[in-house]
Design a protein around this ligand. Structure first.
Ligand SMILES: *Cc1c(COP(=O)(O)O)cnc(C)c1O
Length: 424
């Protein structure tokens, strides 16, 4: 089977041939490859082509594909049953592994996706604060639930719709938009609207490309929330265990009232979570009146993958240094090649996350990100695929280094980038 045939056949039964829109490669004007298998730093398509994989399932696989320790625990656990619909000690074990890293969070609830985690966190924050209004930041993505799908970066940006059809205006009207890294925009909203009880933010934004917040901005945001009794939700679905071993808490010391997790904590399986202080988490059913549930929540096999992944992180004290070093070498190399070819490029690294924008403007918020030359990006992306390097097929995504990558892999990617950029 060729990639083309696989895509055609998929399109006959699955809308656009994909189960998540950015996978369709539509915004880079090409067609996706279909995957046969993956191993370590590499992914293989149905035609047998091999790609160095900087997507890593969009973040979860910090140790790369088919990590032996994760695979072993998953298989061992799966043999005891795939799902119970009753609690298992694996949930408590993963809960403790995460809460140990965040002393200000007392309790955690597992769900199956990041979307569910932020959606539940918002409901909880509303239930706790008694206020419907929330602030989110332009370009931040928190999954695809109704209240959060407003100017939501990544897929939404790429497809030219800042919000989705099908979202009732009555829902969206409770979502106020602020500008990332702009504390005045937050103050303005709070001055004008008394119904705001929640602020949600990606402290290190990874869904409009990689755009970290400025330390002073986050500090002020925390202060405002304390002053006005607003629940601050830090969405660390991507940055938690990717930007550092304790996400933005490790880098800024900022404490969220509720923190959402996903991606790495599931080790490649379907697990995500939201955590908070006891006084807030007490409001969740069955303790409190905020309803939240899931048939596959805390699934044993997913918990096993998460436990293996986080245990391995805890046993690898130099992991993030190594990953950051490779990320810096890659983006540094890219920048140098771009300079040599007089192509404007902005680069950024946070731990194992890296970003690059085809613009000469420093990127601090969504509007800055949108100055990027997406046509140039598309050509670059297509060229890199041909050279055997898989980068996320959108300008507004983050790249990921995994532990299975080596200096040789980075050198290979840079030699590919040199060939591609020379032709841009
Ligand atoms: C990926 C992501 C989500 C959504 O997670 P899914 O598992 O795709 O539903 C939410 N927030 C952030 C910051 C993310 O990066």
């Amino acid at each position: 089977m060729t990639n083309k045939e696989a895509f055609l056949e998929a399109k006959s039964v699955i809308p656009g041939g994909v189960d998540s829109p950015v996978r369709a490669f539509g915004n880079v004007g090409s067609e996706p490859f279909f995957v046969e298998k993956a191993d370590g730093a590499y992914i293989y398509d149905v035609e047998g082509n091999k790609y160095l994989d900087f997507v890593q399932s969009w973040g979860p696989l910090i140790f790369g594909h088919c990590d032996k320790d994760i695979e072993d625990l998953v298989i061992k656990t799966a043999k005891k049953g795939l799902s119970f619909g009753a609690s298992s000690p694996l949930e408590t074990k993963l809960a403790k592994l995460i809460l140990d890293d965040y002393p200000h969070l007392d309790m955690i609830r597992f769900v199956s996706s990041g979307t569910e985690a932020t959606m539940s966190a918002i409901r909880l924050a509303r239930g706790f604060s008694g206020k419907d209004g929330i602030i989110k930041f332009e370009g931040c993505y928190h999954g695809h639930s109704d209240s959060l799908l407003v100017k939501a970066g990544s897929g939404a940006t790429t497809f030219g719709t800042s919000s989705s059809s099908g979202v009732p205006a009555d829902f969206a009207k409770h979502t106020y938009l602020a500008i990332y890294n702009d504390i005045k925009s937050v103050k303005n909203l709070l001055d004008k609207n008394s119904d705001i009880g929640t602020i949600i933010i990606e402290p290190i934004a990874g869904n409009m490309g990689l755009v970290p917040s400025c330390p002073e901005f986050l500090k002020e945001l925390r202060e405002i929330c304390d002053e006005k009794n607003i629940v601050l939700i830090l969405d660390e679905v991507m940055s938690g265990y990717r930007s550092s071993s304790v996400g933005s808490f490790g880098q800024y010391g900022i404490k969220g009232d509720i923190v959402t997790f996903g991606k790495v904590i599931g080790g490649g399986m379907n697990a995500a979570a939201f955590a908070g202080k006891e006084e807030i988490m007490n409001h969740i059913s069955p303790l409190g009146g905020v309803y939240q549930a899931g048939t596959l929540s805390g699934n044993p096999v997913a918990m096993a993958a998460g436990i293996a992944s986080l245990s391995k992180i805890k046993n690898s004290p130099n992991l993030y240094k190594k990953l950051e070093n490779l990320a810096t070498k890659f983006t540094g190399g890219l920048k140098k090649i771009a300079d040599e070819n007089k192509i404007p490029l902005q680069v950024c690294v946070r731990g194992s996350m890296f970003g690059y924008f085809f613009t000469d403007k420093e990127v601090k918020n969504y509007d800055d990100a949108l100055t990027s030359d997406t046509a140039k990006f598309a050509k670059f992306h297509t060229g890199m695929i041909k050279e055997g390097v898989f980068l996320a097929p959108s300008q507004f995504e983050t790249g990921f280094i995994c532990d299975a990558m080596s200096q040789e892999d980075i050198d290979f990617a840079l030699s590919a980038a040199k060939k591609v950029m020379e032709k841009l």
